[in-house]
Design a protein around this ligand. Structure first.
Ligand SMILES: *Cc1c(COP(=O)(O)O)cnc(C)c1O
Length: 417
């Protein structure tokens, strides 16, 4: 747990806004998964999209993790960071021809197929390359994961995977193809899941299919149970990993399969904090705002998913700004305020209606649990720089990504006038 003093020191050393990750927490999270699944052959394939910083990936490679990638560039990041190719899987609904070619060339563990059309495309490309493509099929079990609609993926109205019947036909087809080698089956029903039951129900449906396939001589080696385990952003009760693993394992009895799990958020989410500085306070009639130097381009989760992050305040400014009597508003300052960024959008907020002390320019606001889908979803909107990122390893701070500079913003643009 990082102390107040450490956050102050880091803000002065690296400036703000700044992402800080505590790698000890990442290690604990990985070890908790390992321990839960220790009774079976298993691989933790960290879902790279949650946080794809190369140092994070490198650290995870040292903890024996694999990676679940959803673009070919994520595959390349994983390889660059030292994740072994035989622990890399490639998922996603829209892989292009060149993506597939590269993935086959890179010889990763398998490609997760999400449609019949994609399977035929992979077969054709493998044939052209005279290779056998190792594949897995993403099954959509049509189960309500009971999470935010934007991050629910396992319902038939979602774009992901194929239904159980289509999957069965695809396996039979692939098993007869000289260029396809079906070795796995995959499901992933959503993110920030707080209930165990939908996960176990999905596993049961998938295992039923596995038994049906065995009878048809389709002999799979891997069951990829996806990720999606939620973390506590406030007071939510989270899924116990031991119960999760036991629940999954109990569906697999009699089957000799290696388990792949793909946690993203649960590995890095609670390890990250976003350190920002207060710019101004203001009050518009009934509404009080605290304007900070972090914005929706740095952390889009509140704007996109109405996510609630815990925020903490560190008073640094020595004196309150003296407002001349002429400008003084007679209405007293509200105790509750919205914490907002400088971006020109009303949806640009970090937290709403929170109880905060009177803040001054230079005080710090720490936004908690932003290690997952924080920096990785950030952008340069409003021509703002993407943040610097710092890792805390063995109590030492290390810069693992420099803040953008102006040249980063414009370097790919071509002058045409
Ligand atoms: C995003 C994703 C994950 C990880 O989800 P978390 O909620 O971060 O655990 C796992 N598998 C697939 C296929 C994904 O798209």
């Amino acid at each position: 747990m990082l102390t107040k003093e450490k956050f102050i020191e880091l803000s002065q050393k690296y400036s703000t806004p700044l992402y800080v990750y505590d790698f000890d927490i990442i290690k604990d999270n990985v070890n908790a998964f390992k321990k839960a699944f220790c009774a079976r052959k298993s691989i933790i394939c960290y879902a790279l999209k949650a946080n794809s910083n190369l140092s994070v990936l490198k650290y995870l490679s040292l903890l024996d993790c694999g990676c679940d990638c959803v673009s070919i560039n994520e595959v390349k990041r994983a390889i660059l960071a030292g994740i072994p190719k035989y622990k890399i899987i490639y998922s996603g609904v829209g892989k292009s021809e060149s993506d597939i070619k590269e993935a086959l060339n890179l010889d990763i563990l398998f490609i997760n197929l999400e449609s019949i059309e994609e399977m035929l495309k992979v077969e054709q490309i493998a044939k052209d390359m005279n290779k056998e493509a190792r594949i897995s099929i993403r099954v959509n079990p049509n189960i309500d994961a009971k999470t935010h609609p934007y991050i629910s993926t396992g319902l038939k109205e979602n774009k992901f995977g194929v239904d159980l019947d289509s999957a069965k036909k695809m396996y039979i087809y692939a098993n007869n193809s000289k260029y396809l080698l079906p070795i796995g089956i995959h499901f992933h029903i959503g993110s920030q899941l707080l209930e165990l039951e939908p996960l176990i129900l999905s596993a049961k449906k998938v295992v039923e299919l596995i038994w049906g396939l065995l009878a048809l001589k389709v002999d799979l080696k891997f069951i990829d149970i996806g990720g999606g385990l939620g973390i506590s952003y406030g007071n939510e009760e989270i899924i116990d990993l031991y119960s999760y693993a036991q629940g999954i394992l109990s569906t697999l009895s009699g089957l000799d399969l290696t388990i792949i799990c793909e946690p993203g958020r649960r590995i890095v989410g609670n390890a990250g904090s976003l350190v920002s500085s207060v710019l101004y306070e203001k009050q518009n009639e009934n509404k009080r705002f605290c304007i900070i130097d972090a914005a929706m381009n740095d952390l889009i989760r509140p704007s996109l998913y109405s996510a609630n992050h815990r925020v903490e305040f560190i008073k640094l400014a020595l004196t309150n700004i003296e407002i001349p009597p002429l400008l003084l508003d007679s209405t007293p300052l509200h105790s509750r305020a919205d914490i907002v960024g400088p971006i020109c959008e009303s949806g640009d907020y970090i937290a709403k209606n929170v109880e905060i002390p009177r803040m001054n320019s230079g005080d710090l606001v720490i936004i908690r649990d932003v290690g997952a889908y924080g920096f990785s979803m950030s952008s340069n909107y409003n021509s703002r720089f993407k943040c610097a990122e710092v890792a805390i390893i063995d109590s030492k701070d290390r810069l693992i990504r420099k803040r953008d500079d102006f040249n980063d913003l414009i370097s790919n643009e071509i002058e045409f006038l």
